[in-house]
Ligand binder design. Structure first.
Ligand code: FAD
Length: 553
């Protein structure tokens, strides 16, 4: 039985009744996933529960960069620049299939936030603090060179530019790879499993939680010696479940949610030569434009948020702000509302600081321990997930009297055990060659490799087995990938698959109209859905499909 298969969810739920876990993690975003991996790798008996799908919260709605922390340099948070720079190198080493270096152009413009000298010094300090490898160090350009690098940039205010490297990822895929590794190390991870109550022992300490299986409607008691709340924007909501803690309703520190949105436009509408990080002249913020496959995505915003946490939505004002920012810097693009082909909106779970605006709030993580033993963690970034996990699991180990050092710095994530980029290239070329025997297109194998790394072998093996049974190559590719997501990545709904496992709703939406009913049939075959369930799932996906192009006032 595969412990990360949607087929076995009922059995996996039943298994929880037999155990008392060392650690229960609430929340399957990148923070919870990182904690589960670290804990399981140190030998703690670990279970993670996620109320919707893994990475369905903020961890699929970010800018999808493993930052070196250039932004923190502006705020003089030097220690943070150093830490995220070091972490960036570690995440890249451990998961090179889902984390890739991305050349980034920083145009320097009249009226922008940094002049030529400050940009040059800033990027140099960044190289040193973040420990940037020699071939990725910053290169400063004059105005002419900058225009050559990016002909779409407006020239009248251009003073020069800097080239440097960020690392691009797919946030949801990174989260899934961390969880797959955690499960390989012995953790149990359940999606669509919501903590509805915290349970207490006779001394008033938390000893586990009541968890609702959102599919069957049944509740399960999970016993655990320690419980960590890694619920991102829902951290305060989970703290309110801690009814025996005196300050659960009015905690000393609380979350401050800010919303950020991204827009996706067809690549040919903004055909940049590389990614860019550019000024918004009106408010001195900065925005990214990142080409990816056939699209370019743009973002982000940073505004206070007090709406529905479950479904943050971009407004027309957000859309106009981002389009205006892009048009200001790349005027020939003339982007319009009608060019937007997809979008997403996410909430930053930051720690409230009195009197500070959204952009001024620190991105540092903080840990709170309640008198009943609930350990909550909030703040932070994708980039720092491993270090956050280390800090939490160190505390858990101290409390449990376990002596074990954090082993994750040199632990490849599932699919990512490669010595260097040339080994990755050789591996991919070989697999493309093998797959030719069954007529799989090289581009499709490369796409699988970008998502699944060396686990592409599992997909290719399955494709060989199913070749004869499928009518054509598109069907073979579709059925194989859906099978992998269900059997090896616990995809249990169409949304799990089309949003988090493959990112297709964001990056390939126009192709999905006729495609998702076919995927629904594949799910029905694998998971035994009856027509009623298939209908519900298709409706749930259709709502998301519409929502990415519905903007609030
Ligand atoms: P989440 O991903 O939200 O996970 C929390 C999970 O807990 C959710 O899935 C939720 O469903 C679950 N949960 C809640 N309540 C319960 C319950 N009762 N029972 C069970 N489960 C529950 N960082 C970077 O490093 N690089 C970037 O480029 C970047 N860009 C960003 C851009 C934007 C617009 C935003 C908003 C953030 C960005 N970040 C970036 C920050 C980063 O995305 C977040 O710090 C990170 O994803 C937070 O992860 P998390 O696991 O703490 O929260």
């Amino acid at each position: 039985m595969n412990d990360f298969s949607a087929t076995f969810r009922p059995e996996l739920f039943s298994r929880t009744a037999l155990e008392t876990y060392d650690l229960l993690v609430i929340g399957g975003g990148i923070t919870g996933a990182g904690i589960a991996l670290d804990a399981a790798a140190r030998g703690l008996k670990t279970v993670l529960v996620e109320k919707e799908d893994f990475a369905s919260g903020t961890s699929s709605r970010s800018t999808k960069l493993i930052h070196g922390g250039l932004r923190y340099l502006k705020q003089l948070e030097l220690a943070l620049v150093k830490e995220v720079g070091t972490e960036r190198a570690i995440v890249y080493r451990n998961a090179p299939h889902v984390v890739r270096p991305e050349r980034m152009l920083l145009p320097i413009v009249r009226g922008g936030s940094l002049g030529k000298t400050l940009s040059s010094i800033g990027l140099w300090i960044y190289d040193v603090l973040a420990g940037v490898p020699a071939d990725e160090r910053r290169k400063m350009l004059d105005a002419r060179q900058t225009s050559v690098e990016e002909p779409m940039l407006r020239r009248d205010i251009l003073l020069g530019g800097g080239l440097y490297y960020e690392y691009r990822t797919d946030d949801a895929r990174l989260t899934i790879e961390i969880l797959k590794t955690a499960v390989e190390k012995g953790a149990l991870a359940l999606n669509h499993a919501e903590v509805t109550a915290l349970n207490y022992d006779t001394a008033g300490q938390i000893c586990g939680a009541t968890v609702l299986d959102r599919f069957s409607g049944t509740s399960h008691e999970i016993r655990a010696k320690f419980t960590v709340n890694a619920a991102g924007p829902w951290v305060d909501g989970v703290r309110r479940l801690d009814v025996k803690a005196p300050d659960s309703l009015r905690p000393r520190k609380r979350l401050h949610l800010t919303k950020g949105i991204h827009l996706v436009v067809p690549r040919q509408r903004l055909p940049l030569r590389q990614s860019a990080y550019f000024d918004v002249l009106a408010d001195k913020r900065m925005v990214f434009a990142i080409p990816r496959g056939q699209v370019t995505y743009l973002g982000t915003t940073d505004t206070d948020y007090r709406g529905d946490i479950e479904r943050p939505m971009a407004t027309w004002a957000d859309v106009d702000y981002v389009l205006a920012a892009a048009n200001e810097m790349f005027p020939t693009a003339g982007l319009k509302r009608a060019d937007v082909v997809s979008s997403w909106a996410g909430l930053r779970p930051l720690i409230h600081e009195e009197g500070k605006s959204p952009s001024e709030l620190s991105r540092k993580d903080e840990i709170f321990l309640s008198s009943t033993g609930l350990l909550s963690i909030a703040g932070g970034k994708l980039t720092g997930y491993r270090k956050m996990a280390e800090r939490i699991v160190d505390r858990v180990c101290r409390n449990l009297g376990v002596k074990a050092d954090c082993p994750t710095a040199r632990m490849p994530l599932s699919g990512g055990a490669f010595a260097d980029p040339s080994q990755m290239r050789r591996f991919l070329e070989q697999r493309i060659g093998e797959a030719r025997q069954i007529e799989l297109p090289p581009a499709a194998v490369a796409d699988w490799f970008d998502k699944y790394g060396s686990n592409v072998d599992v997909l290719i093996e399955r494709a060989f087995a199913w070749k004869r049974a499928c009518a054509d190559t598109p069907e073979l590719l579709r059925k194989t990938e859906v099978w992998y997501a269900v059997e090896h990545e616990m995809a249990a709904t169409l949304n799990d698959y089309l949003i988090r496992r493959t990112g297709r709703l964001y990056f390939d939406r126009p192709a999905l109209g006729g495609y998702y009913p076919l995927v629904a049939q594949d799910f029905a075959d694998l998971l035994g859905w009856d027509p009623e369930r298939s209908k519900r799932e298709m409706e749930a996906f259709r709502q998301e499909y519409e929502a990415v192009l519905s903007f609030g006032e």
